[in-house]
Write a protein that binds this ligand. Structure first.
Ligand SMILES: Cc1cc2nc3c(=O)[nH]c(=O)nc-3n(C[C@H](O)[C@H](O)[C@H](O)COP(=O)(O)OP(=O)(O)OC[C@H]3O[C@@H](n4cnc5c(N)ncnc54)[C@H](O)[C@@H]3O)c2cc1C
Length: 408
């Protein structure tokens, strides 16, 4: 059946790419992009980095409004989707409208987790997920001196890196024994810990916040750690992970685990509904494991995969995951997934920087680099080629990936 109308729920990175790819792939029907946020779709990564410095929201737009007009993509901002009727093939919105679809794409992203800490509702306890959060954080920072960051993952550490330039000191409190432990190797965690400490950030590892302290007037005054230590701070940024926005799908009876379950074509358990990006759980083509990734690249590659299927050229998702995180003057890039790795080897590329090669049963599965674009790009090409790159082969070239790739 020819699709007449594709409705996309969520106007973030994946939702926008979904609409753009459908048009680029020749879809001629109606495209409706429904978002609960105001304005045009915008870039999220700068919210914890450059935007906190320049504060110019217009610089974040993914495309100007003309793009949506030229491509006849209907935008429905400030509209929350509250229900899906898979049998009737329609969605309902918070203001009571019913909208029919031939195909529905769920691009609802994720929201910040609320850790079990007492007093999270005090004034100046903030989180960072959207433009409104970042604007508020920026405003409150102008009157702040010390920020406590709960969580030493990417977003917490990106914020901590810009804090000194904004005139505030930062203390990061992380429950794990190392920074960014979900995403990088021990060596990389240690490298970033040293850099952050050099930039003046205080980092408390292996510590949990049990409650936030009240100044007596409803403002946060600091945090109490589980061991009873109090740390003063006039803003607390909660950066303790995310939760996928999969409730809409679950309530509609779709299969959901850690996110909305999809197959290698990004189709949910209902053939008329696809899901992408932060909210979906998909089979990783390299490891075969089911994963949920929080990255712009995954969301946009998922969208391209769905678009190909909906326009009659289905190709299973096969992209190599890659990520980046800019912290101070360090550019961290990761190619592949290191989660199942059992061995890591650090290497200093000739042109500078650092690389950590991760292996699973002797096979290269992931490469983390700092300031080594050539190693990162080579890793992406090698992993995408499907070639089995073994540890002994790499040991023979002193783990220099660029030399290895030149020779094969
Ligand atoms: C501060 C910050 C910094 C980041 N930095 C990086 C980085 O450096 N590199 C990187 O790769 N990734 C980074 N990320 C992660 C990246 O932004 C996400 O992985 C990416 O945006 C996921 O795209 P998505 O389309 O799945 O979800 P999103 O871009 O989050 O979009 C989801 C949209 O759906 C809307 N929505 C949800 N429910 C509904 C509903 N019921 N009705 C209507 N609309 C709804 C949400 O409000 C949101 O606008 C960062 C994220 C944040 C918050």
């Amino acid at each position: 059946m020819t699709l007449q109308r594709v409705v996309i729920v969520g106007g973030g990175h994946g939702g926008f790419q979904m609409a753009a790819s459908l048009r680029a792939d020749g879809f001629a029907g109606e495209i409706l992009l429904v978002s609960d946020e105001p304005g045009l779709p915008y870039q999220r990564p700068p919210l914890s980095k450059a935007f906190l410095k320049h504060g110019d929201a217009a610089r974040l737009d993914l495309r100007p409004s003309k793009f949506f007009d030229d491509n006849t993509i209907s935008l429905m901002p400030q509209t929350r989707v509250t229900g899906i009727d898979p049998d009737g093939k329609h969605i309902t919105t918070g203001d009571g409208k019913t909208i029919g679809y031939d195909h529905l794409v769920l691009a609802t992203g994720s929201r910040n987790a609320r850790p079990p800490i007492a007093n999270l509702d005090l004034r100046n306890v903030l989180s960072l997920r959207n433009l409104a959060d970042a604007s508020e954080l920026r405003t409150r920072l102008s009157a702040a001196r010390h920020v406590l960051v709960v969580g030493g993952g990417f977003i917490g550490m990106e914020f901590a890196a810009v804090a000194p330039g904004l005139g505030v000191n930062a203390t990061v409190i992380e429950g794990a024994e190392r920074l960014m432990s979900r995403a990088v190797s021990d060596t990389m965690s240690a490298h970033f810990l040293m850099s952050h400490q050099g930039w003046g950030t205080s980092v408390r590892l292996g510590q949990f916040v049990s409650e936030l302290l009240d100044d007596g007037a409803g403002n946060v005054a600091g945090a109490r750690l589980a061991d009873g230590t109090d740390i003063a701070g006039d803003i607390v940024l909660i950066a303790a992970g995310v939760v996928p926005n999969s409730e809409l799908a679950a309530e509609a009876g779709l299969a959901v685990s850690d996110g909305i379950d999809v197959d290698d074509l990004l189709c949910t358990s209902d053939p008329n509904i696809s899901a992408l990006g932060d909210c979906c759980n998909f089979p990783d083509p390299l490891s075969g494991r089911r994963v949920r990734l929080e990255s712009v690249q995954a969301a946009t590659d998922h969208a391209r995969t769905i678009s190909k299927r909906l326009t009659g050229k289905p190709v299973p998702y096969a992209a190599v995951p890659w990520f980046w995180s800019d912290q101070g003057d360090l550019k961290l890039q990761i190619a592949g997934l290191g989660a199942g790795a059992d061995e890591h080897v650090a290497h200093k590329p000739e042109k500078g920087g650092l690389a950590v090669l991760s292996f699973s049963s002797g096979r290269l599965v992931s490469v983390e680099t700092v300031d080594s674009a050539s190693t990162h790009m080579t890793a992406r090409k090698l992993l995408a080629s499907g070639r089995i790159v073994s540890k002994p082969e790499l040991a023979a070239v002193n783990y220099n990936l660029v030399d290895y790739a030149r020779a094969v």
